[in-house]
Design a binder for this molecule. Structure first.
Ligand code: TXA
Ligand code: MG
Length: 356
């Protein structure tokens, strides 16, 4: 659609998605439009994956570099066949165990997928989202749906319909609002075309879960924050998840981390900056005394990283609303979902890491 046009806002009950609203959104997709929709990870910005013109609209709306491929979303297992050149046996194993869910499989692509979707690569990322609204929409459209996260390129991914509107109102045809995304970080991108299955981006399905099915799993160095020359998920090389304030991640033993953050709060405030802190339930009391940050986000509990993941992107966006110049985030343990959380934090901090 032309920039400045009206974006339809469709509020849908995720438990019983109203069929007439789903059909309306599906019609827009069928006509080559772009529609934002909820998935269990983050909101996606969808278009017909088989229509190059429609897919180009996604890139334009987001301001996304054209060398960054999109994930193709499907709603039934048999939809995979047409999209891939062949299906390695371990792909079937993973699909049975983790689909629908937050796992994207990078597979050899077939001819039906336009180059614009895969950014010219000979592979395609495919996933089956678990969200009932996403599934209903894909089914109603009877199409594979190409969809990146529904944010302006470089911004934190959207976990609510309002986040999408904030970034893309007037630039897309519709937003289907099915409530907050529950996982909160994107899918795990797993390359099955490598000799050893390789995590290109950690996400909602953990390394430990994949290893329990596959035995051997590698992690691309770029996904661990090591400055790899050539990350294999093209998206990993771009500025990412960045709020307007500058994010710093503070690592180390937890008492030292809170002490260091409190000292930094005082230092930055003395210089006249507004400072936000991203803390956890366990550490929040440390910031509820002087020096108080201008804004405090309590992400969740260290013993339940899923609660932290669910709130992370909204917290980064909240820091913008509170006009934080500096955002100090506590590191968390890099196990389970912690790997994906730390990957997103490091990226939002553009690798500004402080060791306490
Ligand atoms: O959870 C998610 O994956 C969300 C929801 C909407 O499904 N989508 C999402 O898409 O996060 P996006 O475009 O923001 O991130 C896709 C990532 C990028 O880093 C991209 O480079 C990588 O997946 N990717 C996609 N296709 C690829 C391929 N064929 N080979 C390697 N990396 C690929
Ligand atoms: Mg994204």
């Amino acid at each position: 659609m032309v920039a400045g046009k009206r974006t339809k806002y469709l509020k849908i009950d995720p438990r019983v998605p109203e069929l007439h609203k789903i059909r309306l959104a599906a019609r827009i997709l069928n006509r080559g439009g772009v529609v934002a929709f909820p998935t269990e990870t983050v909101y996606g910005l969808g278009a017909n994956a088989l229509d190059a013109r429609a897919v180009r609209r996604i890139f334009r709306a987001k301001g996304r570099p054209s060398d960054n491929p999109l994930i193709v979303h499907i709603a039934s297992f048999r939809d995979v066949q047409d999209l891939v050149a062949y299906l390695p046996p371990r792909a079937t194993l993973l699909m049975q165990r983790f689909w629908p869910g937050p796992l994207t499989l990078v597979l050899p692509r077939s001819e039906v997928i336009p180059d614009v979707v895969t950014a010219g690569l000979d592979t395609v990322g495919i996933r089956m989202p678990a969200h009932p609204v996403a599934q209903a929409l894909i089914r109603a459209a009877r199409l594979p749906i190409a969809a990146p996260s529904a944010n302006i390129s470089g911004r934190p991914s959207p976990t609510t319909g309002l986040h999408v509107l904030k970034d893309l109102r007037g630039k897309i045809d519709a937003v289907v609002d099915g409530g907050p995304a529950t996982v909160g970080v994107e899918s795990t991108v797993l390359d099955l075309t490598a000799p050893v299955p390789t995590i290109l981006r950690p996400g909602g399905v953990t390394y430990e879960e994949l290893a329990s099915v596959l035995g051997e799993v590698a992690i691309d160095p770029a996904a661990l924050g090591e400055q790899a020359e050539q990350p294999r998920a093209p998206g990993m090389k771009y500025k990412h998840y960045a709020p307007r304030g500058e994010v710093f991640v503070v690592t180390g033993e937890i008492e030292r981390v809170t002490a260091k953050i409190r000292a930094l709060v005082a230092d930055w405030q003395r210089l006249g900056y507004r400072v936000a802190v991203l803390a956890t339930q366990e550490t929040a009391p440390a910031y509820e005394q002087e020096p108080r940050p201008d804004h405090l986000e309590i992400l969740g509990s260290r013993s339940r990283p899923a609660t932290i993941a669910a709130n992370l992107f909204a917290a980064l966006r909240n820091c913008d609303r509170h006009q934080a110049d500096i955002i100090l985030a506590e590191a968390i343990a890099e196990e389970g979902l912690g790997l994906a959380i730390m990957n997103r934090l490091r990226k939002s901090a553009a690798n500004r890491i402080i060791h306490a």
